[in-house]
Design a protein around this ligand. Structure first.
Ligand code: TXA
Ligand code: MG
Length: 309
């Protein structure tokens, strides 16, 4: 606990001075900067090698802070009460008087906002006088990071500090819901569309193209950088093979996402496993069929994007 406080203070000092700091969240690690500062947010794009046209998610501690920057509506309140703090991101209308840097939104009139649950990050946010712009802490189009070690692997010494919060409990990026026009899910996450529809008492759709269309954006994302085959029954000899549940047969090329086909556990282990396979320098990867229900849908969505390399 004492150690946590000194680390939080260190992160605050750097952020107050327009530096980037990696922060843990329950979904994936984020690369954070003061969302009100153009200087700090510009550094995020540079470090991630992310096109400036791709806007950033902003992380808040409480609704009162959010109200300075965004218009909130009843749908937002309902979802907030049900799921926050937690793995859900809302697209809201930006207020004209908001201090959010134009770099964050790419000049757009909407903002992606989130209330992360990870306690060390909530404590950090509670000490700051500004919200944190924080996209996933990985180089653009690469695998998201779910531990301090992963962030180090992505950025090396280029970032000054990583606030350690252990492994991300969920391991998949947040569900994104657009609340500006008719509610719509823009990115699948660990919170099922059905649960969101139930709270809003309205059927929601998933619009297949992730979030807004970004000019020049590469087709692939969340990629371990090697060819991937999906729905495979039998792998080739030199392929790493990812299975949804543990089998009795042992092969050093086999990697299990869960002990017993538990999709939540599989989601948590997905990026960890992909990164392990990358570290072991496999040249190609095969994955068995993952049930397309609940978090399984999100896993399949990420795998499809990763395989389009
Ligand atoms: O779980 C998460 O959401 C993590 C953690 C760190 O919070 N963050 C994350 O950020 O995944 P990022 O930047 O990797 O993905 C955010 C997505 C991007 O595809 C971006 O284009 C989209 O959100 N986005 C940001 N602002 C938007 C907006 N105003 N309208 C629509 N989409 C937006
Ligand atoms: Mg990302």
């Amino acid at each position: 606990m004492k150690k946590d406080l000194s680390n939080i203070k260190k992160a605050k000092y750097l952020l107050d001075n327009n530096q980037c700091v990696a922060i843990p969240t329950e979904t994936v690690y984020g690369l954070a900067a003061n969302a009100y500062s153009s200087k700090a947010t510009l550094k995020v794009f540079k470090l991630k090698k992310r096109p400036k046209t791709n806007p950033l998610i902003v992380h808040y501690y409480k609704i009162k802070d959010l109200e300075k920057d965004c218009e909130i509506n009843n749908d937002f309140k309902r979802l907030y009460n049900e799921f926050c703090p937690g793995p859900i991101t809302f697209i809201l209308k930006l207020k004209r008087e908001s201090k959010i840097s134009k770099n964050v939104t790419n000049g757009k009139k909407t903002l992606a906002v989130r209330f992360p649950k990870k306690s060390i990050t909530r404590r950090l946010l509670s000490y700051l006088k500004y919200p944190l712009a924080a996209p996933s802490a990985n180089i653009y189009t690469q695998l998201s990071a779910v531990s301090k070690k992963d962030v180090k692997e992505e950025f090396g010494k280029k970032i000054k500090f990583i606030l350690d919060g252990g492994y991300s409990e969920i391991g998949l990026e947040s569900t994104i819901v657009n609340l500006v026009s008719k509610p719509q899910v823009l990115r699948l996450g660990s919170i099922d569309i059905k649960r969101i529809s139930k709270v809003l008492k309205r059927k929601l759709n998933y619009s297949k193209n992730e979030s807004i269309k970004v000019p020049g954006q590469l087709k692939f994302h969340y990629s371990p950088g090697i060819p991937i085959r999906l729905n495979v029954k039998k792998p080739y000899l030199d392929e790493a093979f990812i299975l949804i549940r543990k089998r009795k047969v042992f092969d050093k090329n086999y990697f299990y996402l869960s002990k017993n086909k538990n999709l939540k556990e599989a989601g948590k282990n997905l990026y960890k496993t992909l990164r392990k396979i990358k570290r072991l320098k496999f040249q190609r990867l095969a994955i068995e069929k993952i049930p397309n229900i609940g978090i399984g849908q999100t896993i399949n969505d990420r795998l499809k994007r990763a395989s389009r390399g």
